[in-house]
Write a protein that binds this ligand. Sequence first.
Ligand code: DAH
Length: 336
Amino acid sequence: MDTLILEIQKASSIETLAAIKTNAFGKQGALSSALRALASLPPEARKIEGERLNTLKKKALAALRKRQNELEIQAWEIRLSEEKIDVTFPPSFQREGRFHPLMFAMQEAVDLFLGMGFSVRTGPEIEKEYYNFDALNVGKDHPSRTSQDTFYFETVPYLLRTQTSPVQIRTLQSEEVPLQIVAPGRVYRSDHDRTHSPMFHQIEGLVVGEEVHMGQLKHTLETFLDLFFGKKIPIRFRPSFFPFTTPSAEVDILCRRHKGTLILGEGDEWLEVLGCGMVHPKVLIECGLDPEKVQGFAFGMGVERMAMLKYGIEDLRDFYQNDERWLSKIGFSCAL
Ligand code: DAH
């Protein structure tokens, strides 16, 4: 039985120690059985054997506690050495990400429309000629169709959408009126200079229902522009032409230039910010609606232009250079 003490002292892991303990002290354990067997011994032998067994039990329990303790300390030491951290190691400074000003402006504009009861729709950037032109009443020989402006795919009739207006058609053909939607997204035209990029962003707006009129269009855009630019901005509606609206207008905002910077809402210059109009009856008919019963207004704005005006950015190409220095200066770190 003294081998038990030796076994305990040599146990190499907590698990082995637990097994030794069960083997000796468990219900069927050797020591427990020997103690139980004492009852059948003659009194003299019982006394001697009883004392021996009890001493052994005490020694074994003490040895168990000691070994358990040693093994636990050992396990800790192994863990500490494996998980060591070097507190003198120089920290890596994590740089904070920022919102791109363009995405920030677009999200802000969309949020304002959501607040006015609009909901958001999107459409594909690889679009069919039908949605981008035909259904929008853009004539077969309209200049915007020629490949000078439009990126066509070799697989006819696909193209990169030149405007977000096709979302008007997709929505009207798949949903019930009345509806009130905005469609933000990327559009493409083969144009590239200080104020044009071959890929840019637009936000389209469409409201269709009974008795929708131009007064509502005007009020919606006035409210939006005041909120977006954060102050009362005088605007003017200038008659214009778009194939998918009639009458059509372009909206200009009042501004003045002061020592190279643009000040919005005052002065005597007008700057064009968006196109709009009453949805053309042909568009309504193409979407299965009766122009005698429902009317609509629509608008479309360039997000780059709106962001440039709002944040005083002068060269549109800055948006796409991915210059870290520019982005960290002009980007927005606050949550949307
Ligand atoms: N799609 C036009 C463009 O890209 C912008 C536009 C003008 C959209 C008038 C409209 C609108 O919905 O009514 O130039």
